[in-house]
Write a protein that binds this ligand. Sequence first.
Ligand code: SF4
Ligand code: SF4
Length: 263
Amino acid sequence: MAPVDSRLELLRSVTETDGVVGHEDAVRALMAERLAGVGAISYDRQGCIFCAKTGASASPRIMLAAHMDEIGFLVKLVTDEGLLRFTPVGGWFDQVLLAQRVRVATRKGSYVGVIGSKPPHLLQDEDRRKVIQQRTMFIDIGATSKAQAEEEFGVRPGDPIVPVSEFCALGDGATSPVHSGIKYFREEYEAHIRDKKCPAHHCKELLHLEITDKCRGCTACFRVCPVGAITGQPRARHAIDTSKCIKCESCIEKCHFGAIIKV
Ligand code: SF4
Ligand code: SF4
């Protein structure tokens, strides 16, 4: 296993590489560089990158999947004053946006900007107590006119914007984020191999459905099951024959009493 410092360096490099959804080229190039020599690299038409490493045994087969993109923003329009209105990509709380530094990637380069709004001293008392809405905010990249922003800085609607946020490790031990990530993967791996359980309930072959004592015997699951895997009498607790169940989960959706669980 690589030393902790080099793993932190890897985390730093991937987290600090800009990659708003639809603009992940730099992240993809970095992944290709870091995975070179590890296994066979391929891409799909959506731009995903895959690295397949074949071991000595046919099983287990393990997939480690990750997003390449990050949440950010896109330029919506440029105002006459050279300020950028923007639209969020991904889930942002409006209250964390003001005063954030961002980087706007245009056809002419990458420019740092700051998210701003109407200043507090120009707001009514009542408005000052409210969360400023993102749609009223703007990004100042230092342009003094629309023409300068568009011609000199090259800003166009749709240009990607990312927050400028330096990587840092938290806690006394600078290695904790790395360790907690590795611990999580090890626990997941052990649950699959040793306990034959998928903690996230994603692996259908390791998943079983059970009807608990919340069952009221309404028969809705019995009627919806496409393979006749559910047995029971009206007003009595039902049961699932796991040898017949194809794990379609239709019964879970149908049960209004939350009586069917995944184990
Ligand atoms: S739908 Fe729910 S409550 Fe109704 S019989 Fe099935 S498990 Fe029991
Ligand atoms: S998961 Fe599908 S196949 Fe299995 S018991 Fe429920 S409805 Fe039937």
